[in-house]
Write a protein that binds this ligand. Structure first.
Ligand SMILES: [Zn+2]
Length: 200
């Protein structure tokens, strides 16, 4: 799906209805920065927002995802294509999350095994130190890789304004977290809160 084309289409349709970004955002209970982000092609509306957005713009979801009003004759083919694109994106995100979890777990296990080897094997002191440094490096690279993949999959949702965003690596790493939420500062409203991790 062409995000830039979709963004331009949202902007054109919105202007055609004499709505400002703010007015459209208010109808959807999102921030105007979120609307601006869509219109600049920097992100697609979350699936749960697609119907309300299309209602507000007087278009169909198929039009939205195609980035233009779809003629009745082409409707079915383009709807199927759009559906397949959406499913594919979702599956890629799922794969990212699974790979990230496995990557993190394996590196911790590998790191632990190396530390155990260093502690219990009959080795010269220098070899022991090399092994421990190597173990820490393995764990660090694995956890770092897991974090990169996890951050890339989907978005975090601000609990205050429902803005969707991808945090910087620094914020991501520093944010206290549970399995599905992370404490982050929302770039749209500036408030800090436990942001839910959602897949695109
Ligand atoms: Zn916010």
């Amino acid at each position: 799906m062409n995000q830039v084309k979709i963004g331009k289409f949202i902007a054109e349709t919105r202007r055609g209805l004499n709505l400002t970004q703010r007015q459209l955002a208010d109808r959807l209970s999102v921030s105007d920065k979120t609307v601006s982000k869509w219109e600049c092609g920097k992100g697609l509306p979350e699936v749960s927002l697609m119907l309300p957005l299309c209602d507000a713009l007087g278009i169909t979801v198929n039009d939205l995802l195609s980035g233009e009003r779809v003629a009745a004759a082409d409707y079915r083919a383009s709807a199927e294509q759009n559906m397949i694109h959406l499913l594919r994106e979702r599956r890629e995100n799922r794969t990212f999350l699974a790979v990230s979890a496995i990557c993190g777990a394996l590196s911790v296990i590998a790191g632990g095994a190396l530390v155990a080897l260093a502690a219990f094997a009959d080795l010269p002191a220098a070899a022991r130190i090399v092994l421990i440094v190597f173990a820490v490096a393995v764990a660090a690279v694995g956890i770092g890789g897991a974090a990169v993949l996890d951050r890339r999959a989907g978005h975090f949702e601000c609990p205050h304004c429902k803005n969707l965003f991808v945090p910087t690596m620094k914020e991501y790493v520093q944010g206290a977290h549970t399995f599905t939420k992370r404490r982050l500062r929302c770039p749209a409203c500036g408030k800090t809160g436990m942001c839910r991790h959602t897949l695109k």
